[in-house]
Design a protein around this ligand. Sequence first.
Ligand SMILES: Cc1cc2nc3c(=O)[nH]c(=O)nc-3n(C[C@H](O)[C@H](O)[C@H](O)COP(=O)(O)O)c2cc1C
Length: 198
Amino acid sequence: MQKPAITAVPVHDLIQERWSPRAFNGAPISKETLAKLFEAARWASSRFNSQPWRFIVASNDDADAFEKLASCLFDGNYVWASKSSAIVAVIASLKGKPDADPNPAFMYDVGLAVGQMVLEATANGLAVHQMAGIDRGKIKERFNVPDDHAIICCLAIGEMGEAANLSETLQEREAAPRVRKPLSEFVFSGDWNQAADL
Ligand SMILES: Cc1cc2nc3c(=O)[nH]c(=O)nc-3n(C[C@H](O)[C@H](O)[C@H](O)COP(=O)(O)O)c2cc1C
């Protein structure tokens, strides 16, 4: 299913085409393609080039490893994300530079890296659905995530599948229009809440 963004002005095709489906077909993703996604993340900018992103990846070509991570998703996400081809846990190192200082921008840095991953995935014919609905305690325990790291979210990655294979409720969500605030509500100039003249 295509759900292109209805933009007010033209944007790059990758941005227009990207969206977060729940219907995946489970087709395996090659190691080469997976590596491209992480390479895209690798080249994100970050505060002091600290590169605080860490990822745990599980592909559905190893059923046990996939289930180990997929079963850390909340049920509402597991029901559809377990049909994707790869699950990725997104984790941030909280250490700054120098190491003694916390990095106040860790979430921003990691978000940038995932943003690049998502666009690289789109360019490779894959969809990514990000999920905050995850059991962080389970991920920390099962994968021995150190205390000075924050578990941010998980990603379900794969080729889009048929919406008809989803439950009725999920089919409705899948078909729901994509909406966004207008620029005037979040781009200000001169004063707070004063819409920039764009
Ligand atoms: C950090 C983050 C957490 C999210 N958590 C969930 C989630 O737990 N479950 C879910 O179905 N969608 C989740 N989403 C997907 C958003 O609902 C979705 O991106 C948003 O509705 C905009 O839709 P679009 O990505 O198709 O443009 C999450 C997205 C982000 C960026």
